[in-house]
Design a binder for this molecule. Structure first.
Ligand code: ADE
Ligand code: ZN
Length: 350
């Protein structure tokens, strides 16, 4: 076994994963063809070249136009889990699902969530991968729409839907997390957990992370990289151990950052923040959980102990029950011990 095998086989959670991006390229192209959605090209090598986050989001929005039937949702859900297990030893996943993308085509909340949950439950039975769902506010839409979305969540309680998030960008191409403060307050009043994409790009700010923490009172931060520009806020995050769901490969595309020792995620890990890794949008960024660890860990100047801590941080940051976390921790610890023994037994690794 070499370190690449080790990082691929390391048991992982994935807390920051957009459902539409768990589609395969073949599914995207086939569904687009069926729905008459015109993609810029059908060559997968060319389909996923983006200049920045806003450019990627156009393709991401188009991907929501190709999913229509209950079978589409259930099939993508099931197949996506199988692919994630095979590629990167994913044992638990949280999906961001943005129902507002589907609303203009008249596809309702339960029409999306029920078949996705069916597919994910079937995958859990067959493959043992637990899951929860984060319903994401579409920042392209209004604060009133966001409140209405939370009202829909509250009126349709589903055991797997445990949290509110926010993604996309505002029409001004900003994050502006405070815009959705009312929706977050309502979600918290109803016992939902919360997260938010904040401080993702150099165009964003540590202030957005502060707003997510202090105004939205999130339980977790998606991205959050710009926090390192504010040493005081970074120290607060270290003390509180608020979880950050970081997505290394996506930063190379959405922000044009290089994976190196000075990368903001590397700085967050070195500062002692609670950082886990995810893919964000595996299809579009041509990544998977193995690649995130295999590329980012050495490029950030981190070692296998850091990789294990990052894998275990995904359990701390998860929105599942404490019993499920305890059982995952025991499983991960045993599997990591077996991997450590296999690595130590490999003559070339010495
Ligand atoms: N939707 C999917 N991926 C996203 C990202 N990285 N930032 C904002 N919105 C997104
Ligand atoms: Zn994201």
């Amino acid at each position: 076994m070499n370190t690449n095998d080790y990082l691929r086989l390391l048991p992982k959670t994935e807390l920051h994963c957009h459902f539409a991006s768990t589609m395969s390229a073949a599914q995207l192209i086939a569904f687009a063809d069926r729905e008459g959605v015109v993609l810029p090209t059908t060559d997968p090598a060319l389909l996923f070249n983006f200049t920045d986050l806003a450019d990627f989001l156009e393709a991401f929005r188009a991907a929501h136009q190709v999913l229509t039937t209950a079978d589409d949702f259930a099939q993508v859900a099931y197949d996506g889990v199988r692919a994630a297990v095979a590629a990167g030893s994913v044992r638990y996943r949280e999906y961001a699902i943005n129902p507002q993308y589907f609303a203009p085509r008249g596809i309702g909340y339960r029409e999306i969530l029920d078949p996705i949950i069916d597919g994910l439950r079937a995958a859990q039975t067959d493959l043992g991968v637990g899951f929860r769902i984060v319903v994401a506010i579409n920042r392209h839409d209004s604060p009133a729409d966001a409140v209405q979305l939370v009202e829909t969540m509250v009126a349709n309680p589903l055991p797997e839907v445990v949290a509110l998030g926010q993604d996309d960008l505002t029409p001004e191409l900003t994050e502006d997390p405070a815009r959705f403060a009312d929706a977050y307050a309502l979600a918290r009043r109803h016992g939902l957990r919360t997260t938010a994409h904040a401080g993702e790009r150099h165009l964003d700010s540590a202030e957005n992370v502060r707003v997510a923490l202090d105004v939205l009172k999130v339980d977790r931060v998606d991205h959050g990289y710009m926090i390192v520009e504010d040493p005081e806020l970074t120290e607060r995050a270290r003390e509180s151990q608020i979880p950050f769901a970081a997505t290394p490969l996506s930063t190379t595309i959405c922000s044009g950052w290089t994976l190196d020792h000075n990368h903001r995620i590397a700085q967050m890990v070195r500062a002692g923040l609670n950082v886990s890794f995810s893919t964000d949008d595996a299809l579009f960024f041509r990544t998977d959980m193995a690649r995130e660890f295999q590329e980012a860990i050495p490029a950030f100047g981190l070692d296998l102990d850091d990789a294990k801590n990052i894998a275990l941080a995904g359990i701390d940051g998860a929105f599942c029950d404490d019993d499920e976390k305890r059982s995952m921790r025991a499983q991960f610890t045993a599997q990591i011990a077996a991997l450590d023994a296999a690595l130590a037994d490999t003559p070339t690794s010495r």
